[in-house]
Design a protein around this ligand. Structure first.
Ligand code: ATP
Ligand code: MG
Ligand code: FE
Length: 342
């Protein structure tokens, strides 16, 4: 079965084609992506209306590119999948509108995918896919969650952030340091030449005894520190970046280990944009190697938003019989949609 996936929840337009096989993990045939980052940079963040308009311009040419790369004709598609939510309403409507229009025109069913399930299952696009069950650390621009994953569609939320997401903590701290949006990658590059022990920053909820996170206080601490430095900030920027990154990563790693301990599971999957962070990967790898725990990551290109993860999630849901594609071409997007409701 050939599944076309369309992602348009925020500032990336992604399209991909995945094929299910009689057995095993579905296979990625082709994918294409357009990021709007440069367009939004002038505003310091995503402008929803601009995002929607750009998705409109990009999505069909990207779909054509994908089909051409895969050597597959439109008529050969079996299902058109799209991101149903969560995300920006106008942006989601573009992907769902195009998916439904394609479905109706081709006489093929459609399937709405949960964006976070896409992130969660993105490590299945790698050459060494995980096996169920596992703990998932979902660290993206809008979410920070620890989950127990027993199979496709079987997700138990163990803990989550009570305020800012980890990606948001990276982005907001980076902004305070004068770095362009989205600040995560830039902050982590700057941190490479800094001293992570230079500033003592808080590790909120580290000893809270639960698996929840809080990053809002960290951002305030970075702001306070930056103000204190005044003119000296420029010279100490790398140190402050390194200290900020160390604080975020420290909390993410310790809570992940706690989730592994509590569940007794020996496998963890990291997904979402912050999963691209090098310090997070090296610290988590080291801690897990010591405990004999396997760690899985998506390929670097599939950490942030992309169409491949949406096509993959749809294909896996179809294969596992947890959801059927339908010929209901309604624009039923869900801008707010907790994964636990799935
Ligand atoms: P959500 O999936 O929760 O709706 P999103 O789709 O905006 O949010 P992603 O695309 O998964 O989030 O990830 C983007 C986030 O990842 C941004 O906050 C960005 O700064 C962060 N990020 C990307 N690369 C890195 C990195 N190397 N280090 C730290 N953060 C990073
Ligand atoms: Mg993005
Ligand atoms: Fe995302």
């Amino acid at each position: 079965m050939k599944v076309l996936g369309i992602e348009s929840s925020c500032d990336e337009t992604g399209v991909a084609l995945v094929e299910t096989r009689a057995a095993g993990v579905p296979v990625l045939l082709a994918q294409a992506l357009h990021t709007q980052i440069v367009m939004h940079q002038a505003y310091g963040g995503v402008v929803p209306e601009l995002a929607s308009r750009d998705h409109i311009r990009r999505v069909l040419p990207l779909a054509e590119q994908v089909l051409e790369r895969a050597g597959v004709a439109k008529a050969e598609l079996d299902v058109i999948a799209y991101t149903r939510g969560p995300g920006l309403a106008g942006a989601l409507l573009v992907g769902s509108g195009v998916a439904c229009a394609l479905g109706a025109a081709l006489g093929k069913p459609v399937l709405g995918v949960h964006h976070l399930e896409g992130h969660l299952l993105s490590p299945f696009l790698s050459a060494d896919p995980p096996e169920f069950p596992f703990i998932a650390l979902l660290v993206s621009g809008g979410h920070t969650q620890l989950m127990r994953v027993d199979g496709v569609g079987r997700y138990e939320l163990l803990g989550e952030t009570i305020d800012d997401a980890a990606g948001e903590a990276f982005d907001k701290s980076a902004k305070l340091l004068g770095l362009p949006y989205p600040g995560g990658p830039g902050l982590s590059r700057l941190a490479e030449s800094g001293d992570p022990a230079a500033f003592k920053l808080p590790r909120p909820l580290l000893h809270s005894g639960d698996l929840d996170f809080s990053f809002a206080g960290l951002k305030t601490a970075v702001l306070t520190q930056a103000k204190k430095l005044g003119d000296e900030l420029e010279a100490r920027k790398a140190d402050l970046a390194a200290s900020t990154q160390a604080a975020i990563v420290d909390v993410l790693v310790k809570k992940s280990l706690a989730a592994l301990d509590r569940s007794g599971l020996r496998r963890i999957v990291v997904a979402g944009g912050v999963g691209a962070n090098r310090l997070l990967r090296s610290e988590l790898n080291a801690a897990c190697a010591k405990r004999g725990v396997r760690v899985h990551y998506p390929e670097l290109d599939f950490c942030t938003d992309n169409g491949a993860m949406i096509a993959m999630a749809a294909a896996m849901r179809l294969q596992a019989n947890v959801q059927a594609a339908t010929a209901v071409y309604a624009f039923d997007v869900k801008p707010r949609w907790p994964l636990a409701e799935l």
